[in-house]
Structures are given as C-alpha cells and as structure tokens.
Design a protein around this ligand. Structure first.
Ligand code: CP3
Length: 341
C-alpha cells in the first residue's frame, strides 16, 4: 500500500492531494467534544485513555482530515514536576508554584516516564481504532514554551520573567536540559506506542529576538530532536516566527510549521525547498462565509504550487467559536482544489 498522503508529504514524496489536518481539531468548537467534557474535567479527560482516544478518533473521522492528533496537552509533562498545574475554568492553565530561580529549578522533581503512561496508552488505543489510511500524530511542548509556563505561572504578554531567567545562564541551561530529557523520553514513548509522526509546539518562541533564540533555545531544540527515535517525521511549529525561520530550520525538523503572518511561498523559499512546510491559514478566516474560506485556501495552495512537502493546516489552533461546517468546508476545499491530475 502507498504511504498515506500526510506521511508522504512529511517526506516530500508525491501525493494525490495536499494532506490537511488542523491544530485543535478536537476541541470546544465541536459538539461531540463538549458532550464528553460535560461528564469529564479537562485533566480527567486527558488521563482517561479510552475517552482521549475516542475524542481523537471522532474529530478526525468527522472532519475527513488526513491525520489525527492524540488528545492531550503540552502542559501535562509539567504536572509530575510538582509545580501545581491546574486548568481553571475561564482563566486557562495555572502553575501554582512557578520557577523563578536556579534554586527553584533544582527543586523540580525528576519525572518518572511512567507518570505520563496514560498519554502513551491513549496513543495505543487511538492508533488501534483509526483506519490505516489515517496517521496519528503525537506531540509535546518545546522546551522554551514549556519553560515560559513554568516561569510565568501561566500565559504572558511580555515573557519578562522568562527572559530574566535567561540572563542567569546556569539556571536557564539546567532548566532547558531537564525539559529536553523529559520531552525526549515522553515523545519516544508516544512513538513506541504507535505515533506515526510527532509535532513539537514552540507556540510562544516568537517573542524572542533571533540572537536570544540562537543562544538560549536553538541548541536545546537541536539536542531534543537528535534524541528522538529516527524514522518518525518531526514537525517543528511556532507562531510569530517570521524573524526566526532560518534558525528554527537549523534546530531541526522534517516539517516547519508556519503561521499566517508570513507568505507561505516566501517563507518556504527562505527555509529551502529541501524541507517540508505546514500551514498557514489564519484561524480567524474560518469565521468567514464559506466562499471566502475557499478563496483563502486556494491562495495558499497556489503559493505551495503542488511542490512536494506541503501539509495544509491553520497557522495556529481552531478558535472555539468556529462553526463545524466551515471546518468541513475547508477540508473539502483543500482536497478538491489540490487534487493532482
Ligand atoms: O490539536 C488537538 O486537537 C490536540 C489537543 C491539544 C490541546 N492542547 C487540547 C486542549 C493540543 C495539541 C494542545 C496544545 C497546547 N496546549 C498548546 C500548543 C498549541 C497552541 O495552542 O499554541 C498550548 C499553548 C497549550 C496550553 C493550553 N491548554 C492552554 C493555553 C489552554 C487554555 C486555552 C484554551 O484554549 O482553552 C489549554 C486547554 C486545552 N487544551 C483545551 C483543549 C481542547 C481546552 C480545554 C477545555 O476543554 O476547556
């Protein structure tokens, strides 16, 4: 059997149509997801492998996308570090005991990989339930984005405390090295459980100058990617990364994620066509009428020009107010408009 289009595109091989999946494709915009969340809290859902696998598979099949992504969260790896992770209603995630100094870094608990075994189990069950033609993506937060939550205690507008810790080289290095170890083991466990590809979410790395990225992030992401089981495609994603693309490419990944603040064709030319790209529709475009969504999808496909190695996605996650039929219309438009003759 031929490789599924998503995996072929990760390897820049020819495809019958451009593969498409969407970040946060299982989430609050979907009634089936909201129904599961009425019985289970967010963490309880993540920790129930059957429910997490069900949410993963339902979203992928309902949308007709070319890949599923395991239902989990980038912050789950922080819980066994003993920092008091909570998902509060309305306010998003909170770290009760943030890391602000080298002494705080030394106090972090060493993570026993078994503590995150429920995610590997969700991967195993989702893989078993999915059709062979639908690959399953595992994922984790990248060290910088995870560190930003640990240090700030939640989301941030300026990342001032995270940048302050960066000026203490010993403490920063110790924190990044610890996160690299945990995340590498966690992603390798997902690969061993059946993940066909993995995505590294460096969602907030775009707040850094290129010089800070190169000095304080790049070597750690490179070490992390080098520690992953060979042969499984790695998608390296961030937002606000227009100033960082070459450096992210240098850090590694088979596929580089692009947000909508860059033109896909110009960004791909900068990266080089010997790497695959993923993106890059503005998630807000999914709130527009369907003809507008189709026109914007067509514009992105034109920029990709049927070159091997484009995976269609949004530039960031689906917004909760997005109509499900608009998401379906996008998936159909991508398949139809990109069908190779
Ligand atoms: O893409 C998918 O469908 C898989 C599931 C997934 C979730 N989170 C589920 C989730 C993935 C890939 C993530 C990644 C994630 N989590 C990121 C990186 C991607 C990005 O958006 O940049 C980040 C930064 C987080 C941290 C996080 N988790 C935040 C900031 C929040 C609160 C904001 C929000 O959107 O609610 C969460 C909670 C969360 N993670 C929800 C979901 C479906 C909503 C929880 C709910 O059901 O109420």
């Amino acid at each position: 059997m031929e490789a599924p289009p998503f995996l072929a595109a990760c390897r820049r091989e020819p495809v019958p149509h451009t593969p498409v999946w969407l970040m946060r494709q299982a989430g609050r915009y979907m009634p089936e997801y909201r129904a599961v969340r009425e019985r289970l809290g967010f963490l309880a859902l993540c920790k129930s492998p059957d429910a997490a696998a069900e949410v993963t598979v339902t979203a992928a099949l309902r949308l007709g996308v070319d890949a599923a992504i395991v239902f989990a969260d980038i912050l789950l790896v922080l819980e066994p570090m003993g920092v008091g992770l909570e998902f509060t209603r309305g306010d998003g995630p909170v770290i009760r005991r943030p890391v602000r100094s080298g002494a705080d870094v030394d106090r972090l608990a060493e993570v026993d990989p078994a503590a995150l075994g429920y995610v590997a189990e969700a991967v195993r069950r989702a893989r078993a339930a999915l059709p062979a033609r639908v690959p399953l993506i595992g994922f984790a937060g990248a060290p910088f984005t995870l560190a930003s939550y640990l240090v700030e205690g939640g989301g941030s507008r300026t990342y001032a405390r995270t940048k302050a810790l960066m000026t203490d080289p010993g403490a920063w290095r110790a924190l990044m090295e610890r996160l690299v170890r945990v995340v590498a083991a966690y992603l390798n466990a997902q690969i061993a459980a059946g993940a066909d590809a993995v995505q590294l979410f460096d969602s907030w790395v775009g707040c850094l100058s290129p010089a800070d990225y190169r000095a304080h992030v790049l070597p750690h992401v490179r070490a992390l990617i080098a520690a992953l089981t060979p042969g499984t495609p790695v998608i390296h994603f961030g937002t606000g990364t227009a100033g960082l693309l070459e450096a992210m490419r240098a850090a590694g990944g088979d596929v580089i994620g692009l947000d909508w603040r860059v033109d896909l064709d110009a960004a791909w030319a900068r990266l080089g066509h010997d790497v695959a790209v993923q993106g890059n529709l503005d998630p807000v475009a999914l709130l527009a009428p369907i003809p507008e969504i189709r026109a914007r999808a067509a514009a992105i496909l034109d920029q990709a020009a049927n070159r091997p190695g484009h995976i269609f996605n949004l530039g960031h996650g689906i917004l909760p107010e997005t109509p499900v039929d608009h998401v379906r219309a996008l998936v159909d438009a991508v398949h139809e408009l990109s069908a190779r003759r």
